[in-house]
Write a protein that binds this ligand. Structure first.
Ligand code: FMN
Length: 385
């Protein structure tokens, strides 16, 4: 029998199934899907299977420490919430659930540039660590504006996403007719009627919009206009010089998200990025790009301790986190696990996703015979294929 509430879910996959029952199909597919044949999407999770975890015996695991230090700040677990656009589409509370849940669990929340709550609004939602995801916009005034607003709203780090010169070809979205403005079809409406709780709140609440761009577009600020504006504004000619300029303007901890090549990682470390986020954007951009876990070892070697390395994508179990950390990552980012939780049960669902991953990390660390995440290393791994 499938779980009826998020609290009854035992793992991330069960939260995913529950979210699929509660969120309209076109929105669930927007979360769940990837680009084209979804080869990269699948590999990002299954890639972890190439490693076995080999336990050490007779290790004192009576006290377990899963805390770590990321971008200069101690956090309760090696977990970070990846930036995801418009979460209010999936549950009317959106960031109002995600941010306090991350604060409660003392893990960083990364607010997307395409968020449905403003930088200022999120700044007030928790005192936990908050990062902001930024792009290089053609209009550099937007970059400056975002940076100043983040400084004023207590954001502790910036995360520059570099893998979106154009949006990936997500065929589930095309097939489902997910577009802005949405033109409802009969199957869409019938599906929404089968998700009454979602529909009830969707009707009673304002249509989610790109909250941080509202002041940038004069006059018409419909979601469709803002989405078009965003697509137009993503700078396709962005260079390392732009990254250097951003680093100077921000002056605080800065991560680069979307790195899959060792030489790019090395260059970013040389430039002074504090963290390199190994990511294929959750398999949503270039299909057949490698899984983060596949390239992690060569990137860790190339960075050679000059910056922290964070793995983003494919994490569904605590054992995935332990494998990434054994290969040299400091922490793991995840997007969908928390969105499945959000769709499955709002704030309670997000908290459930965080509890599940934390509990798995703790238990699996004990089973592995390792008292602290900081002690993990390749000695715990065996590569099978
Ligand atoms: C619905 C959705 C929206 C996303 N929006 C953004 C975004 O606005 N900016 C960004 O840098 N990445 C975005 N991502 C990518 C995530 O930050 C992250 O790289 C990805 O979800 C990691 O894979 P995982 O979902 O398997 O954990 C999005 C991902 C999803 C699923």
């Amino acid at each position: 029998m499938t779980a009826r509430t998020a609290a009854q879910c035992h793992n991330i996959d069960e939260l995913r199934s529950l979210a699929a029952r509660k969120v309209p199909k076109l929105l669930f597919d927007f979360i769940d899907g990837g680009a084209e044949d979804e080869v990269t999407l699948r590999r990002s999770s299954t890639g972890f299977e190439q490693y076995q975890l080999v336990p050490h015996n007779f290790v004192d695991v009576s006290e377990i420490d899963i805390s770590t230090v990321v971008m200069g700040r101690k956090i309760a677990a090696p977990l970070i919430v990846s930036p995801t656009g418009l979460p209010k589409l999936f549950h009317h509370t959106g960031e109002e659930s995600l941010v306090p849940a991350a604060g409660l669990h003392d893990i960083p929340y990364t607010l997307s540039s395409a968020a449905s709550t403003s930088i200022e609004g999120v700044g007030n939602l928790s005192s936990g660590p908050k990062w902001f995801q930024i792009y290089v916009w053609k209009d550099r005034a937007i970059v400056r504006d975002f940076i100043e607003r983040c400084k004023l709203s207590g954001f502790s780090a910036l995360c520059l996403t570099v893998d979106v010169p154009v949006t990936g070809n997500r065929e589930r979205d095309v097939r489902n007719g997910l577009a802005m403005p949405l033109k409802p079809t009969l199957p869409m409406v019938l599906d929404m009627l089968r998700k009454p709780a979602w529909l009830y709140h969707a009707v009673r609440n304002p249509t989610p919009t790109l909250a941080n761009l509202l002041n940038r577009v004069e006059g018409n600020t419909s979601s469709a206009d803002l989405a078009r504006y965003t697509e137009e504004q993503l700078d396709k000619s962005v260079s390392w010089d732009d990254a250097a300029q951003m680093k100077e303007q921000w002056g605080g901890p800065l991560a680069i998200k979307g790195v899959l090549r060792a030489e790019d990682a090395s260059r970013a470390a040389e430039m002074g990025f504090d963290a390199i986020i190994v990511s294929n954007h959750g398999g949503r951009q270039l299909d057949h790009a490698p899984a983060p876990i596949d390239v992690l070892p060569e990137i860790v070697a190339a960075v050679d301790g000059r910056a922290q390395v964070i793995l983003d994508g494919g994490i569904r179990r605590g054992t995935d986190v332990l494998k990434a950390l054994s290969l040299g990552a400091t922490a793991c980012m995840a997007g969908r696990p928390y969105l499945y939780g959000l769709g499955a049960g709002g704030r309670a669902g997000v908290e459930r996703a965080m509890e599940i991953l934390k509990a798995e990390i703790r238990r699996d660390l004990m089973l592995l015979g390792c008292a602290k995440v900081s002690n993990l290393g390749p000695q715990y791994l065996r590569q099978v294929n």
